[in-house]
Write a protein that binds this ligand. Structure first.
Ligand code: CP
Length: 309
């Protein structure tokens, strides 16, 4: 069950035991992530970040995680200012980055790019999101957030709403939650429903997901409401985006029908799918969720790089 040197490209790369191990270690990282304790566990190690798509949380929480463990960071910067603009391939870029660092974090608009990077790197590669594919470290921090609040996954009723087709965070999360015994409901416009491949994986893990267009019908029984943004940037046709934009909005009126301990999560950024009036309710957990990216990524970096903590 060793993590050392592992690539984390898909949540399927991790066994259930390994996921448990990350969650346990993440708990231990909390005081370090908050700056209440300090560590030099990754002193001398260098993390390389390559972001070919915008990011706030994933990039900054990886950077913060590495620095909180005493490590350092080198960044490709804006891809147009790197030698990629001279025609260098992703494979050659990775061959270079691996000799300058000990671990690579990559976000890329093309599905499969992180897997390709892992093939060309002898150093561990972590997928920070590949197109509409996977975002495994988001899944780990989502699982961590749910378990910290709800204690257990089994029999939890988790409703996922929004863009389930292009929203990569829900693909890995749905697979993981079903393997932990949660019940899943997928709420989306028909054109943006969960991909068949993910539904199949959920069923293979023993789940019986419900699919619907109607959020109002699901809210009363939900324990976790996982909201996602409609991914405008992934629509080939803007007219198609406009047909579904603004279709779901979580506000206080909707939450009146909810259980008092329902938690509302969102990988962020949000646009208008959660009314800011929800932020001050006890349901809102999305900012806590974003903070949890630090201890979870600390745990993962520590395990993969073999740091002692
Ligand atoms: N949740 C998430 O991936 O956020 P960023 O796009 O800001 O990294």
């Amino acid at each position: 069950m060793t993590f050392q040197g592992m690539d984390i490209v898909s949540i399927r790369d991790l066994s259930r035991e390994q996921i448990e191990q990350v969650l346990e270690r993440s708990e231990r990282m909390i005081p370090y992530a908050r700056g209440e304790k300090s560590s030099k566990a990754l002193d001398g190690k260098i993390l390389a970040t390559l972001f070919f798509e915008p990011s706030t949380r994933t990039r900054m929480s990886f950077e913060s995680a590495m620095m909180r463990l005493g490590g350092r960071i080198t960044d490709l910067g804006v891809p147009s200012m790197s030698s990629i603009s001279k025609g260098e391939s992703l494979a050659d870029t990775i061959r270079m980055v691996e000799v300058y660092s000990d671990i690579i974090v990559i976000r890329h608009p093309r599905e499969g790019a992180a897997r390709l990077a892992a093939r060309f790197s002898s150093k561990p590669v972590i997928n920070a999101g590949d197109g509409a594919g996977q975002h495994p470290t988001q899944t780990l921090l989502d699982l961590f957030t749910i378990r910290r609040i709800k204690k257990d996954f089994s029999k939890l009723n988790v409703v996922m709403v929004g863009d389930l087709k292009y929203g990569r965070t829900v693909h890995s999360l749905a697979e993981a939650l079903s393997s932990f015994g949660a019940d899943l409901t997928f709420v989306a416009p028909t054109a943006l429903q969960m991909p068949k491949e993910t539904v199949k994986q959920v069923e293979k893990a023993g789940g019986k997901p419900k699919l619907t267009n109607h959020l109002e019908e699901t809210i009363a029984d939900a324990d976790v409401l996982y909201v996602t943004r409609i991914q405008k940037e992934r629509f080939p046709d803007l007219a198609e985006y406009q047909k579904v934009a603004g279709m779901y909005r979580v506000d206080k009126k909707l939450l009146r029908e909810a259980k008092s301990d329902l938690i509302v999560m969102h990988p962020l950024p949000r646009v208008d799918e959660i009314d800011p009036e929800v932020d001050d309710t006890p349901h809102a957990k999305y900012f806590e969720q974003a903070f949890n990216g630090v201890p979870v990524r600390m745990a993962l970096l520590n395990l993969v790089l073999g740091g002692e903590l």
